[in-house]
Design a protein around this ligand. Structure first.
Ligand SMILES: [Zn+2]
Length: 177
């Protein structure tokens, strides 16, 4: 007999087997192949990790980022590898397109990691006010707001290339979407 923990935070409809939390953590730790400092959980790509209570089969649900982003194939393969390593080689990766992914889904922690890596996090994709005011992009190197966009495309299509007029360093910014 195994004593159940008093509070697991789970509902009765998702009675995960013991491997549940492990595979969840393994999948959440998969990094974005283009921006390797952030995980798919921090980017908001990872929507759900569920375990079928009858079969124990794991289903991972993801929402792609930018349309046609070739990184998604790499992410799917990495998720399958993470599931297999956590003891679920038969796990499934499901892709859902609605609601569409937005850079607003990037977590606070993910934004901090981007900035620490010299990549400016995206501004709000859907400004709260009735008039969309372009927001200044903060230089991830020195923190100055005196920055200018050099190119709409940085090292990848998902990023724009900026330059800081204060410290003169170029930097990538994840485009708001
Ligand atoms: Zn700067």
């Amino acid at each position: 007999m195994t004593a159940l923990p008093a509070t697991t935070g789970r509902t009765a409809t998702t009675p995960d087997a013991g491997a549940g939390p492990d595979v969840r953590a393994a999948v959440a730790a998969v990094v974005d192949p283009e921006i390797r400092v952030v995980t798919i959980a921090e980017l908001g790509i990872l929507r759900d990790v569920s375990t079928d209570p009858a079969t124990g089969r794991v289903t991972v649900t993801i929402t792609p980022t930018y349309t046609g982003c070739p990184a998604m194939d790499v992410i799917r393969a990495d998720i399958r590898r993470a599931m297999a390593a956590a003891g679920h080689p038969d796990g499934e990766v499901r892709t859902v397109f609605a609601p569409p992914w937005s850079t607003d889904w990037i977590t606070v922690g993910g934004r901090a990691k981007l900035a620490a890596a010299g990549i400016a996090p995206p501004g709000p994709a859907r400004p709260a006010g009735p008039v969309a005011v372009p927001l200044a992009v903060r230089c991830p190197h020195c923190g100055a707001l005196d920055t200018e966009q050099i190119s709409r495309f940085g090292s990848t299509a998902c990023k724009a290339l900026w330059r800081c007029r204060s410290c003169r360093e170029p930097f990538d910014q994840v485009k708001a979407l």
